[in-house]
Design a protein around this ligand. Structure first.
Ligand SMILES: NC(=O)c1ccc[n+]([C@@H]2O[C@H](COP(=O)([O-])OP(=O)(O)OC[C@H]3O[C@@H](n4cnc5c(N)ncnc54)[C@H](OP(=O)(O)O)[C@@H]3O)[C@@H](O)[C@H]2O)c1
Length: 381
């Protein structure tokens, strides 16, 4: 019998975290959860830890430590941002699934790789804000496996292919709930409309990012870092059926596409099973029933957040960190009802215009830019 893969799930109470535990529940002989972390949802965290008999549990909110400890008397429990990161470095952790949301995930990604663990990365913001700080540590085999469905698709298309033969990466986008809408009509959209994603059920932040197309801009930056390709090599295409998860075009004109059901448990599971594949309960795509696959250009005018993210990526250095922090503040304000939908790109643009990017040097520098951008964004709302 093979020894089980020992994993830590950071952000276990979120959309990705819960789906990851769903995968784990089906493979008790293959995967063992040795650490869990979440932000504030102490009830769900304690329940997960008890169900999976998890020995190490951390909660970011210090005030909730007492409740967590009371519910898990036999586990090692800790609190605070540092405690969450420390789980990634525990000696008995083989793989860390970083399913935290936002730039807060950067330290965990860096700590995981610095400790020589395998990083299954859902937290795309790590790469957006910390790019080279993360990838420069991913020097050993299978150090960094993407979980984002598009990047998992690209990763799989690239297996066995020399990097120099890649001529283009086709990054597919569903187009979100407002595909086909014009700029003027987007001024009036509500939070409920923006949260109604046509294809995927996800956490609130990424769902809003998908509706502004900011998510696709973040993903282009993520692809740039993961696959060491320049921005001219990345082409974004709207594909409303979300069946083609992304494609890679090669020097000879051949294109490899990754297709499948729209279910995040597939890329989450692949990040655990790679290079093997395990059975999945997800219903396969019925191509005859699907009938057709459509592709179209994104509407850069109606969705300025996409252009802003791409511009930040091209400028590089600390600009993506400033852009990302401004977006996080504006999205949170929109979700609270304190900002309009089009305030999101407006605030991002204001912050980017006020920031002079510097070459990326350290986590501390990224965090300083992040803090400055959050304050500037809050002032621009
Ligand atoms: N959802 C998807 O289908 C999907 C697809 C592709 C990529 N992603 C990426 O995966 C990441 C997670 O997305 P999600 O949709 O799963 O988000 P989510 O549902 O909002 O979950 C976020 C998780 O992170 C925890 N958390 C938040 N801030 C934290 C902090 N400071 N310290 C510790 N834990 C913290 C939350 O804990 P509490 O709830 O307890 O506060 C929760 O467990 C994002 O980067 C997203 O872009 C998601």
């Amino acid at each position: 019998m093979t020894t089980p893969l020992r994993i830590a799930i950071l952000g276990s109470t979120g959309s990705i975290g819960r789906q990851a535990l769903d995968v784990v529940a089906r493979f008790p002989q293959r995967v063992q959860v040795v650490a869990l972390a979440a932000g504030t949802n102490v009830t769900a965290l304690a329940e997960q830890a008890a169900t999976f008999a998890v020995p190490n549990v951390a909660i970011a909110e210090p005030a909730l430590l007492g409740k967590l400890a009371a519910e898990l008397p036999s586990a090692s429990v800790s609190c605070g941002a540092e405690a969450v990161v420390e789980l990634a470095t525990l000696p008995d952790v083989d793989l860390v699934l970083n399913a935290l949301v936002g730039a807060a995930g950067l330290r965990a990604s860096v700590a995981t790789l610095a400790a020589g663990k395998r990083l299954a990365l859902a937290n795309k913001e790590s790469l957006v804000v910390g790019g080279e700080l993360v990838t420069s540590l991913a020097t050993y085999p299978n150090a960094l496996i993407p979980v984002d469905s598009e990047h998992s698709a690209i990763f799989q298309c690239l297996l066995g292919e020399p990097a120099e033969d890649v001529s283009r990466i086709w990054l597919t986008a569903s187009g979100g709930p407002f595909r086909g809408r014009d700029l003027a009509s987007l001024e009036r959209v509500t939070v409920a409309e923006a949260l109604a994603h046509p294809r995927w059920t996800m956490g609130p932040k990424i769902t809003i990012d998908s509706s502004t197309l900011m998510n696709k801009g973040l993903e282009a930056i993520e692809a740039h870092h993961l696959f060491a390709v320049d921005y001219d090599t990345i082409r974004i295409v709207v594909h409303p059926q979300s069946c083609v998860h992304s494609m890679v075009e090669f020097a000879d004109g051949s294109v490899k596409a990754h297709l499948g059901a729209t279910d995040m448990r597939i890329p989450i599971q692949y990040a655990l099973s790679h290079p093997a594949r395990w059975d999945s309960p997800v219903a396969p795509v019925d191509f005859a029933a699907l009938g057709h696959l459509d592709f179209e250009e994104p509407d850069y005018e109606a969705f300025p957040a996409l252009s802003l993210a791409l511009e930040a990526g091209r400028l590089g250095g600390t600009m993506p960190a400033a852009m990302n922090a401004a977006n996080e503040i504006a999205v949170a304000a929109f979700l609270r009802g304190d900002a309009g939908f089009m305030d999101i790109p407006r605030v991002v643009e204001t912050v980017m215009s006020a920031h002079a990017e510097q070459p990326l040097e350290s986590i501390e520098q990224v965090e300083a830019v992040d803090a400055w951008a959050r304050a500037t964004a809050a002032g621009a709302l």
